[in-house]
Design a protein around this ligand. Sequence first.
Ligand code: GPK
Length: 829
Amino acid sequence: VSGEQGAKAERMFALMDRFLKNDPISLQKDILDHVEYTVARSRFNFDDFEAYQALSHSVRDRLIERWHDTQLYFKRKDPKRVYFLSLEFLMGRSLSNSVINLGIRDQYADALGQLGFEYEVVAEQEGDAALGNGGLARLSACQMDSLATLDYPAWGYGLRYQYGLFRQVILDGFQHEQPDYWLNFGNPWEIERIHVTYPVKFYGTVEDETLNGGKYKVWIPGEMVEAVAYDNPIPGYGTRNTITLRLWAAKPSDQYDIESYNTGDYINAVVNRQKAETISSVLYPDDRSYQGKELRLKQQYFFVSASVQDIIRRFKDAHSNFDEFPEKVALQLNDTHPSLAIVEVMRILVDEEHLDWNRASDIVGKIFSFTSHTVIAEGLEKIPVDLLASLLPRHLQIIYSINFKFVEELKKKIGLDYNRLSRMSIIEEGAVKSIRSANLSIVCSHTVNGVSRVHLELLKANVFKDFYELWPEKFQFKTNGVTQRRWIVVSNPSLSALISKWLGTEAWIRDVELLTGLREYAADSFLQHEWKMVRKVNKMRLAEYIEAMSGLKVSLDAMFDVQIKRIHEYKRQLLNILGIIHRYDCIKNMEKSDRRKVVPHVCIIGGKAAPGYEVAKKIIKLCHAVAEKINNDSDVGDLLKLVFIPDYNVSVAELVIPGADLSQHLSTAGNEASGTGSMKFLMNGCLLLATEDGSTVEIIEEIGADNMFLFGSKVHDVPILREKGPDLKVNLQFARVVRMVRDGYFGFKDYFKSLCDTVEVGNDFYLLGSDFESYLEAQAAADKAFVDQEKWTQMSILSTAGSGRFSSDRTIQDYAENTWGIEPCPCPF
Ligand code: GPK
């Protein structure tokens, strides 16, 4: 830049410290400045939380520098970008992740130390950002980290809920839900963009309009709210690239009022205006049942409309011809929740940009890709037509048109097979006429992805069979992955240091395949010794947490045996608890002299139940009732303990996973689309006890079946077993433990009756009874392996060594190359 502009830029440049410095003195000064000017506390007197606030603002400054440079660079280069649309992002804490990705963790730890604070204690002050439910939402977060690290020009789009996933409080062993008003303590990780706003319309009518001889539809809305952008910078590791997660918040609109002010009731008019904000107020806490609620549909459309407007605005800043749109834009639908984006793009192109229908639909077909995360048909989302007709009348018309053209084409290909036509139609006729979001997504996307190999096979064979037969080339899979930055480097710093020491490099943090280099040393007694020490320290940390939380003292010599994930019948936490009852029963009936041979277990279970999911809530209560009995039985002592970890979330996972010896993944085969928790345990050298479901099948290929404890019916057995009906040869051990619960051995006899009914012969949909024997065998195999600590440690090292394929870096690179068609765009400087 030259001339006046250039002179101005130069003067600005000279006035600013370019860039912020990261030496210990500069960092200390920065922190103290933020204590004084941002937090407004005295620099002579501030506590751990205020230190956290100041520290995070100082980190934020550094993030912003890189974020500006990256955004400017992307703008200049104008590469094809991917827009990742997801209704849920489970980000957890940001501080440690940021300083590690920025490469300044140790410098900050030193700086804080000089100021008399301990880094770990300060970092613990941060609360979790829990804008999601479970695996699907955490996957989005891991993928954002990989997108940034691999320098892809990517944007995440979502909703800025004021209330995240509920806090789980346990009272008398029962789950209670409390609101998570997470913004109460401020959020230094977001940048409010008060000028980046878009109007989002709802309700109203559609009218015809003639303009320059063309006929168009005009949507006259009945309500309008404003979407305001909140940008969350996402730093990559080992790169300057820092991308954006843009979350939308709803605000009342100034252009259009919900309530007219003419009535003279000013106070009520203002109060009604404020209701607009409810759209982004609360996350739905049930991730699998679709209730056809208006607020949920409003949330979906709200975030999708704002995102699409933003994407089109950015495109139009640099281009005038929409035929170039697919060369610049890839839109990724994270499950069907954002599927209205398809319709919104159509609406804007046709109604507002006045493209003809075929041209618009051609563009749409080139930009969308869709990933499914579910296996079962009942899990597929449906939108009642009545609801859509009232909330988004124009979108309903567009969906009808899309469907009409699709069905016409389909008839040409498959003839008048009405059963098949009606199965494939986007519209479901029936008692409640509804839109099948998955059908809409498949019809309008160029690619449909599954989240593991078996998942794709199941989709092809079952729920998406008709579509697979029609368009086999559309269907792919990208096995899920998790980010080793958060799941090793942040959560397990000592293991991370040990790995780097033995590999002689930190390069695995970006190039995780290098972990295979550990295989060479798996039998090395020096590595084994150090490995065991690291694991012991992590177990100690976990034991301290358990004691602080529940008062229970646990033995570090015991096997820490963990199952943490959302509570669902298909994930079979009940199988685990029944197994624990069996273990308890065995110990009680054993000769005292035999007890020496028992491998002591600390069984740890954690997870939230959806507030309306009765069976899941009973499982939580049963876990507490059993724990109460076992933990107070002095006769059993350290041989068996059962702990329920309340309020399981990302930061609890970061603490629990590194301290686990064994982790359990018990889904009935064919029910878990992928599973990602197992990958985090694997990276941390925890052994898996699992069914051959979802991504476990691929984990077996990578680390070998002899390096884990597998059990249970296989994917293809399950339908046969279900078909076959009640198994007359009921496992006696299973019948006995269920009977113990039924008979009130753990109290609450009446309350547990319906829970016991779910696993009774003839009713046992998730096949706990049929898998019980094999489950106990796998448990016994794990116990046996644990006795040989040398062998166990070797298996543990081999688990970490084989975990590289399960990095989200691999998943994202595959998406980038084979689904989105985007290339890295590393920011220089
Ligand atoms: C799948 F369908 C859903 C859902 O609503 N929520 C959710 O967390 C999970 N998922 C799957 O259950 C896991 O198997 C999978 O690993 C994860 O999504 C990410 O794909």
